[in-house]
Design a protein around this ligand. Sequence first.
Ligand SMILES: [Fe+2]
Ligand SMILES: [Fe+2]
Length: 474
Amino acid sequence: MSHIDYDERIPNNVNLSSDKRLLKALEKWQPAYLSWWNDVGPQVFSTNEIYLRTAISTDAGGWANYGFVRMPEYRWGIFLNDKEEGRTIPAGDHAGKPVWDEVPGEYRNTLKRIIVVQADTEPASVEQQRYLASTAPSLYDARNLFQVNVEEGRHLWAMVYLLQAYFGRDGRDEADELLARRAGDADKPRILDAFNQPCTDWLTFHCFTCFTDRDGKYQLGALAESAFDPLARTCKFMLTEEAHHLFVGESGMERIIRRSAQLARESSNGDARELGGIDLTTIQKYVNYWFSYSIDLFGSEVSTNAADFFASGLKGRWREAKDYDEHSALGQTRDIWEVKDGLLVAEQVALRNAMNEELRDQYAKDCQRVVNRWNAALQDEGVTDIEITLPSTRFHRRQGIYASHHFDREGKIITEAQFEAMRDHWLPTQADRDYVQSLMKPVLEPGKFANYIAAPRRGINRQEVDFEYVRTDG
Ligand SMILES: [Fe+2]
Ligand SMILES: [Fe+2]
């Protein structure tokens, strides 16, 4: 395992102290990062002690160190998975050749753009969620929110390290810009749309961590198969942390869904709202909304950029090295449903041009697995007539080849008027949002939970559910 410098100002396992120029650049960026954190990071319990996991190394004993930390004192560091000796390029035209330890000149701009777009999502979600803890449904949930927030901050560090270490002056400028853009800002918004949506309620937060962080999992997965080895190594470690964010979203949704079923059962009219829960109809609308926003993030179904990224080895497919025998993807095609003269027609597309769609398929399959678990929870609660479902990947798109058409939830072409007539059945209305918002009241007693969400089955790091995850008195 690589040597860990945890005593330094910036904990790292990349031997930062041996590169004075880089160290200086990062130490200059650090106070800017901290002032960004203080300005637009968590604004509630911002200096309280929180029971958090801190990575101090990438090995089994080091990446999940738990203890009470005040967030501004969190040790954000730079951790890359260990170098795999003899690793070869997993995908594309250079497959099988040694991986790159430096950025080849011809891919410099493309690679920088890929890293910046990924990096930009990390601080964005922290900004989106900065007031959310004021309505935490429990200390357990507040702690999970903060865990996600500090790790998104660490992911920003992971990406900024690459920019500063491998892209010189341009990289340093990009690192500064990453602290200058703001989620939802009219003049300087974050790059991707889903990261400009406000997050002021906990149904949205759990949808976001379930569906949008899961997009992150697949993007990181594609980059973990990159020919640029430092990027692959950093993404592999980020994936380890990301798994917790997905757990927070998946289990958070399951707890809301379970509670919805319980309250509906106890109510006089079968409606969870009567007893202050969130009804399954509303939950389904939020799922429709966030699933469709998140699949937009994979880019266009047919894309020459995606083909170029794959050909050059900058990105691979999900588990490229493990799951595929053939790594060129040449001479292969796949069908993409395109709209021609108002009809959906299957068009054969060169596989390389369909790499976004390939990744989206993997993502959608993963989401379906999650939804199946929620439905198992519903069954467990005795609900046999309603299931949560995912809409078609064509539904409600704003990016890609379906964005200029209208589809119903099953993916059938409809007119704009037909879509508008159904909009309020499929997507959250202002009244739905107002209702959900009206339930957002903080519950800060250890072991107590807001009425709309079930308690988790177990606590964090084998602590009890009623453990004081946030020390509210300081
Ligand atoms: Fe992240
Ligand atoms: Fe995440």
